[in-house]
Design a protein around this ligand. Sequence first.
Ligand SMILES: [Fe+2]
Ligand SMILES: [Fe+2]
Length: 255
Amino acid sequence: MSTPETQTPEARGTTPAWAGSQTDPADDPRAVAFAAAHPVRPLPATGTVDTTPISVTPAALGGLDPLWQAVVPETRTRANDIHLPISLAFAERLCRAYPEADAELVRVALVLHDTGWAHVDEERILSEGFTGDWRKAAIRFEHEAEGCKVARRVLPDLGYSAEFVDRVCEIIDGHDTRHVAYSLEDALVRDADRLWRFDHAGIAVAATWFGMTPAVYTDRLGEEIIPELITEAALAMGSADLERSRALLKTGVIR
Ligand SMILES: [Fe+2]
Ligand SMILES: [Fe+2]
């Protein structure tokens, strides 16, 4: 694992360590090891899978309050104050479905993963971040690098070890732009990051970002995002929410 001392200048700056190189992230030893350890996809759940509406099980009260308080300014950009709490609730659900995962790592990485949006040019978020090949837009790399900076700024004062902070940053770095997971915890954060969009609150926010009607956006969720989900539990949760949201928003008729 890289540390601040061993990272390349690119890793400390605005570009993830692997971006700009010719190496496919799928060839990274961490990706290869994770794929080898989990050959069955979607990844079978070992614990309880809850597919009820996410509002039934909000994120646990209290435990991460100091962390939330440290990043309140960062929650005010790009609807992070909607996205992050809902995705944290999904992350905690996923940890109950995969109890072998390090739940604290998943929860902390989830809370911080998009805080970097507050430290990039806001006008470029919509102009670059949601159009064209948006996953490869420079602004996407920048928000990942800035998110790592936020993690390195706030976590040590909250008592987290340097090794834990490195693991958090390893998940944040590339969470949107890298197409493969490096670990179970990375996979759970990636799935939780997507699952909030299937809830009607996520559809309301994200359809606007992409300039789509709810009907078109829910079609896209089914065609593009469902196949990206890594875990069996996330697939069950996303599919159940998509069905509920389509019925609730009457997307079969209002199109
Ligand atoms: Fe992101
Ligand atoms: Fe996100």
